[in-house]
Write a protein that binds this ligand. Structure first.
Ligand code: GLN
Length: 459
């Protein structure tokens, strides 16, 4: 833990951490030592980890990278944090601190954080360790940068529309979003509840398998969408042969929008899979493009509802100057939320409002179902689906000022999110300028072991 804290300090310029508290970390390390000495520590006991600042944690502030929650201290740990940590029944991992992200996980470049990272006195975009002029991806950009720069051996992330897979891709690491409902959302600050899912990010599929094994499992009393599906040891099949594995290659993932350097790296990775005995099967996911408008209706709709709790009454920021209660709500929300969050709340309130609900929200829900059905049709012909995690490598900081261009860059991660399917991104090679390219593997429900196996064999 001390080694990683020193590295985090030495590489503060990346902006990866928003909270570090050495005393808390070292106290947890002592607790982990005691667990190990008593023979109770599992295989991860004592290994340091850092959490995306979307997970509520005791001992460290939790902000969701929003001014709205600046300085907020949670009285409890998120289920995922508890399962990994040193408290009763946890895996015994030691928390290094909290990681920067886009405000309320809304973004794909980690340029939307409203919290000053450790070592800075104003908010900063997180920097990509491969090239500090580039974004690390988002919204789990601090998580991805921390692993890539070896500031933490393991981290958590959350993925609503790609926020684990896309930053993993941009930073040359591995990350997996499990089947929706396998990891508890309890204590994960909600963005779009029907899509939000926690997952690990690490150097390798093996590390992710170790972490995911601790993170999953039913939490039925605390998360109404938690699945009653047992936890699993995802390391058991890592070394299985992938001879005969049918890899579906969707035509829609290789269209015009795909950058040449990414295409070349993905093609090379697929060739490598053939050498390992896998068979490539051409498939179609005909509504891939529609996943962008569908997601950017449904996610803001859910966000507008979830974020209504930030009204200055129970917790978080409260405006100092106001005339009456309504004005207090207004001023609080005007001051506390950043531009992207406000944009989504407005879009969400609009698509849910009378007269527009049927035209937007309901239509989007119907297409969401069709997207899920398209996957089931595809899985008749293949076992896993492969393509790029993102159409390009990491772009320049400030390079995509227009929100719509940001949204369009999510086109390859959104389909699996909308269908609730597990998805993984693994380093596939490098594009122009030596920037990492991620290969995305999508599996059917509960096929995490298969995805991790396929990724591990490649690595
Ligand atoms: N980039 C997507 C968005 O801005 C995904 C974010 C996420 O998965 N949290 O909504």
């Amino acid at each position: 833990a001390q080694h990683f804290l020193a590295r985090a300090q030495a590489h503060q310029n990346l902006g990866a951490f928003v909270a570090i508290d050495e005393a808390t970390t070292l106290a947890q390390a002592k607790a982990a030592d005691a667990l190990i000495a008593s023979g109770q520590g599992g295989r991860l006991a004592g290994v340091p980890i850092a959490h995306k600042d979307i997970f509520v944690t005791q001992g460290f502030p939790t902000t969701a990278a929003s001014k709205m929650l600046a300085g907020y201290q949670s009285p409890f740990d998120a289920t995922v944090v508890r399962k990994l940590g040193v408290t009763e029944g946890g895996a015994g991992m030691v928390t290094l601190g909290k990681l920067n992200c886009d405000e309320f996980a809304m973004g794909g470049a980690n340029e939307n954080s409203a919290i000053a990272p450790v070592g800075f006195d104003a908010p900063q975009p997180v920097r990509n360790p491969w090239n500090p002029e580039r974004v690390p991806g988002g919204s789990s950009g601090g998580s991805a940068a921390a692993v890539a720069a070896r500031l933490a051996p393991a981290v958590t992330g959350t993925d609503t529309g790609g926020s684990i897979r896309q930053p993993a891709s941009f930073c040359g690491i591995t990350g997996i979003k499990p089947t929706y409902g396998r990891a508890s959302r309890y204590g994960m600050i909600a963005f779009a509840s029907s899509l939000d899912q926690a997952g690990p990010m690490g150097r390798s599929a093996e590390d992710c398998a170790l972490l995911l094994s601790e993170m999953c499992g039913p939490d039925l009393d605390r998360d109404s969408t938690s699945l009653d599906h047992p936890a699993e040891d995802f390391t058991l099949k890592l070394n299985d042969s992938i001879e005969g594995l049918r890899i579906g290659v969707p035509a829609e993932f290789f269209g015009e929008g795909l950058a040449d350097d990414v295409r070349a790296a993905v093609d090379a990775a697929l060739k490598e899979y053939e050498k390992l005995g896998a068979k490539l099967v051409p498939i179609s996911l005909p509504r891939t493009e529609l996943s962008v408008p569908v997601y950017y209706i449904l996610a803001p709709a859910e966000a507008s509802s979830n974020l209504s709790r930030f009204d200055g009454v129970k917790f978080g920021h409260r405006a100092q100057h106001f005339t009456d209660l309504n004005d207090m709500y207004k001023q609080t929300r005007a001051e506390g939320f950043g531009d992207e969050v406000k944009r989504r709340i407005m879009i969400g309130a609009y698509v849910l409002s009378e007269g527009y609900y049927d035209a937007y929200y309901l239509q989007a829900q119907k297409i969401r179902r069709m997207i899920a059905d398209d996957f089931q049709a595809a899985f008749k012909d293949c076992d896993v689906i492969a393509g790029a995690a993102a159409p390009t490598t990491a772009w320049a900081i400030g390079g995509k000022a227009d929100p719509v261009s940001n949204y369009l860059a999510d086109v390859f991660t959104l389909p699996a999110s909308l269908a609730g399917l597990p998805g993984l991104s693994l380093p596939a090679g490098f594009g122009n300028g030596g920037l990492p390219v991620g290969l995305q593997l999508i599996g059917n429900y509960f096929a995490e072991s298969q995805l991790l196996n396929a990724a591990h064999r490649f690595q």
